[in-house]
Design a protein around this ligand. Structure first.
Ligand SMILES: [Zn+2]
Ligand SMILES: [Zn+2]
Length: 208
């Protein structure tokens, strides 16, 4: 699972996106780069993306934000842990809700909050448009991966919603937009549009 440290070099503030299993290494990386982690954010609340939130909150004193529709997944973490045979993680308090259409700021960086449901009901994408010849960036959680998409067979997954999210919220972004997924390597919107079978017309049949 990919956690991300998204920092503003100008104001030395950072978001810690999807605190999973390696909280100390991310906190250490922020310190090395002289960044203060001011907010914890979840793209969604499957256990691999949220098991480290309680620990990160305790160590950083930073608030945790999530889409409201992910509260159910967050509260199911102990059950999911039992299913996978892990010790159950502590379920953290949520301090604020991410609202699609609103903006999330960290230092001088601004991200559009987009709802990209289907893998999970409140999976959000954080999108920063490109500027001055630099490409945009999209942190997409588990909706779109390099060459694939997120599972829809988990609790509250929905294949039709997943394809609609990808088509309306992601494939409409500029092709050079860098995609930072919840698992696996980075890609771009253009590359996925060209080669990802789930980004082609008629992808519905892949779920049949
Ligand atoms: Zn997930
Ligand atoms: Zn995941």
């Amino acid at each position: 699972m990919n956690s991300y440290l998204v920092g503003c070099e100008e104001r030395r503030e950072a978001l810690y996106l999807d605190p999973g299993a390696e909280v100390d290494s991310v906190i250490g990386e922020a310190r090395r780069r002289g960044l203060a982690i001011v907010r914890l954010v979840g793209t969604h609340a499957h256990i691999d993306h949220a098991e480290g939130v309680a620990e990160a909150k305790e160590k950083l004193g930073a608030p945790y934000w999530l889409h409201e529709a992910e509260l159910a997944n967050l509260r199911r973490m102990p059950e999911a842990a039992r299913m996978y045979g892990f010790p159950p993680p502590e379920v953290p308090e949520v301090d604020g809700f991410l609202v699609p259409g609103e903006t999330l700021e960290v230092g001088a960086l601004r991200f559009e909050i987009r709802l990209t449901d289907g893998h999970a009901p409140g999976n959000v994408t954080l999108y920063r448009p490109g500027a001055g010849g630099e490409p945009g960036h999209a942190f997409v959680g588990d909706v779109l991966f390099a060459g694939s998409v997120g599972r829809t067979d988990l609790h509250m997954g929905d294949p039709a919603a997943l394809l609609r999210s990808i088509r309306t919220q992601l494939l409409t972004l500029p092709p050079d937009t860098v995609v930072h997924p919840g698992h696996g390597p980075e890609t771009t919107i253009g590359r996925e549009k060209a080669a990802n079978p789930f980004c082609q017309p008629g992808a519905e049949r892949l779920f049949a």
